[in-house]
Design a protein around this ligand. Structure first.
Ligand code: ZN
Ligand code: ZN
Length: 135
């Protein structure tokens, strides 16, 4: 396997459903796929993405405001306080902790897209990763 193959495989695994992932595990070996899974949830990503308060899947901040939608369970939450919310009233209600902060922190450079974070991380660490992969 070349590094390109592995990146492709990581990508494939990342975009697969549970059934497809099980097939990949059969094909490439569960241990190798577990390495990939571990790789996709490194501390680096935990620092750059947040988890949905409801389903715990990783969320990236791709849109302008702090009202976030989980791609997995479609629930809304607040990027700032990481609480599940119902809508914009979280930012419009005076007694809310995030009143007036709908667009707060937009200039932050930490607002990194999860997909890009994964790709950058893979590219930065591909050599180290290849060692772990037993190619
Ligand atoms: Zn969710
Ligand atoms: Zn909030």
């Amino acid at each position: 396997m070349t590094s390109t193959d592995i990146i492709k495989l990581i990508d494939e695994y990342k975009n697969s459903n549970i059934k497809q992932q099980a097939m990949l595990e059969k094909k490439y070996g569960k241990r190798q796929m577990q390495t990939i899974q571990k790789y996709l949830t490194t501390e680096y990503l935990q620092d750059n993405a947040k988890r949905c308060p409801k389903c715990r899947s990783f969320i990236s901040k791709t849109e302008g405001c702090n009202k976030m939608t989980c791609r997995n369970c479609q629930s809304f939450f607040c990027w700032l306080c990481n609480n599940q919310i119902h809508g914009y009233e979280h930012f419009n209600t005076v007694d809310s902790p995030c009143y007036g902060l709908l667009f707060e922190g937009l200039e932050t450079e930490n607002a990194m897209d999860y997909e890009n974070a994964v790709d950058n991380f893979i590219m930065d660490n591909i050599n180290q990763y290849l060692e772990n992969f037993n190619v």
